[in-house]
Design a protein around this ligand. Structure first.
Ligand code: BES
Ligand code: ZN
Length: 455
């Protein structure tokens, strides 16, 4: 192992440069206009998988963006690890708030600053480099490796889910290794065993058949923005509970052991609020912050638009208003059932004076993974060696919809070896990734492959 770790240390500057090259490809999956960049990014990923020693690399086209697959199966009798990551990134708006152009990475204060630096180009690249380091040092790998790097995680992974159904044999493995989550605190190695699910809805309210003069018509017809705002305000009650019928029906209760584990993590509400410049935190009454973030479902409006939004004033009574509303879900809530109840609820809240259209943009199931498998144990040992501290176990508020599919369809445990930090601004302007986490992440990955090859 020492020679592999030394190889990583002496090549680290090259790894950073390669990551910057990867980041420069603006692979925003949700924008139609970026289709070509997605293909270009998939080709970049393929070439890096070849460099890492994968002797079969294929780009699978889908109805959406391509999936990149790579394998090296030269260790018969040894376990197979499937490494999952995503090469797609989130949009960059609001662009004015960036300190450098989002696809021109800059190194400052020991961090790489750019869209995708962390989520998930930087985090997933860690595994490309640990595998490459083994390959270049020893001419072989300690176990069998499969890579699945997709381009649609940020838009719900619908095509990867189909791919898993069609390619069960190809993707057969003993564990799934993923770095696309956060560490509990800087320097604290973390394995995440639970993720929330997600249900993403769009609600469009239509009033009159055209925009109207707000003086000639205001007071006589419904204003869709006013009505949409009233609907949204009724989606949570005064205790922060979501009012959608049956919403909490299938929510799993927190076990004593987990509550104790959360308590031991010593989350500081004060520091959390201070970092965000808010006077106090807010959420569902009766639950601690970690509970509200990790094991309670929520509802949030992500965007709202309609009427006149340019600078200055225009008197108008708009014809339409739209809101994007997401719900984070926890085991055992079912996004499909909740989508139906949500739609009924919205229709019941809307007055007769407007029409409503309720659309489901995407959804993903929540997950909790068992903590007692060999893969998780190997990951805890590996991250602890790399960071020189005891590894902690957390759940997370974010979602990676395909984790449940992987576990169910491939019948293998998922290991979430997160390397990001809450403060890394993913999905936000000035996203970044600590170089220290990039390097120690590569060590963690290498130690994991070594540990898991011995079981
Ligand atoms: N890396 C994130 C997920 C994440 C973030 C997990 C922070 C834990 C902590 C991932 O790329 C992501 O953003 N997922 C989306 C999924 C959605 C669009 C279906 C999310 O959580 O919003
Ligand atoms: Zn993301």
């Amino acid at each position: 192992m020492e020679s592999v770790i030394n190889h990583i240390k002496s090549n680290f500057d090259n790894y950073v440069n390669e990551l910057m090259e990867y980041i420069r490809i603006p692979s925003i999956s949700t924008l139609e206009s970026h289709k070509h960049e997605m293909q270009r990014c998939a080709e970049f990923v393929s070439s890096k998988l070849r460099n890492a020693g994968m002797n079969r690399v294929e780009i699978f086209q889908t109805k959406g963006h391509p999936i990149v697959y790579g394998e090296w199966l030269g260790a018969p009798g040894k376990p197979t690890v499937l490494i999952y990551g995503h090469y797609d990134v989130q949009p960059v708006d609001p662009i004015d708030l960036w300190n450098n152009p989002p696809f021109e990475p800059v190194i400052k204060d020991g961090k790489i600053w750019a869209r995708g630096a962390n989520d998930d180009k930087g985090q997933a690249f860690v595994h490309f480099k640990s595998v490459e380091a083994f390959y270049k040092t020893n001419g072989t790998l300690p176990l069998n490796i499969k890579f699945v790097i997709e381009g649609e995680e940020e838009i719900g992974s619908a095509n990867l889910s189909k791919f898993l159904d069609e390619q069960k044999e190809l993707l057969k493995c003993d564990a799934i290794l993923i770095s696309d989550t956060n560490m509990f605190q800087p320097g604290v190695p973390t394995i995440t065993y639970g993720l929330r699910g997600l249900l993403y809805m769009e609600v469009e309210v239509t009033g009159p058949n055209r925009d109207l003069h707000s003086g000639s018509f205001g007071g006589a017809v419904a204003n869709p923005i006013n009505e949409l705002a009233k609907i949204i305000s009724k989606l949570q009650d005064k205790n922060g509970k979501v009012t959608v019928p049956n919403f909490y029906k299938d929510v799993m209760k927190l076990s004593k052991e987990e509550r104790e584990n959360f308590r031991r993590l010593k989350h500081s509400d004060k520091n959390f609020a201070k970092d965000l410049d808010v006077k106090e935190l807010q959420g569902e009454k009766g639950f601690s912050t970690l509970e509200r973030l990790w094991v309670r479902p929520t509802l949030d409006c992500n965007g709202i638009f309609g009427g006149f939004t340019e600078k200055g004033a225009k008197t108008v009574l708009p014809s339409k208003a739209t809101a994007k509303i997401s719900m984070r879900l926890v085991p055992n809530q079912d996004p499909k059932k909740i989508a139906r109840d949500f739609e009924k609820h919205i229709r019941a809240l809307a007055p007769k004076s407007v029409k409503v259209d309720v659309r489901n943009l995407h959804y993903g199931y929540p997950v909790v993974a068992p903590l007692n498998g060999n893969a998780i144990k190997a990951a805890a040992i590996a991250t602890s060696k790399a960071f020189g501290k005891k590894t902690v176990y957390t759940r997370e508020g974010g979602s990676i919809p395909v984790v449940v599919d992987f576990m169910k369809k491939l019948n293998a445990p998922a290991v979430l070896m997160g390397l990001g930090l809450d403060s890394d601004n993913i999905h936000s302007p000035n996203e970044h990734f600590r170089l220290e986490n990039f390097e120690k992440g590569i060590f963690s990955s290498a130690y994991f492959l070594d540990e898991f090859s011995k079981i």
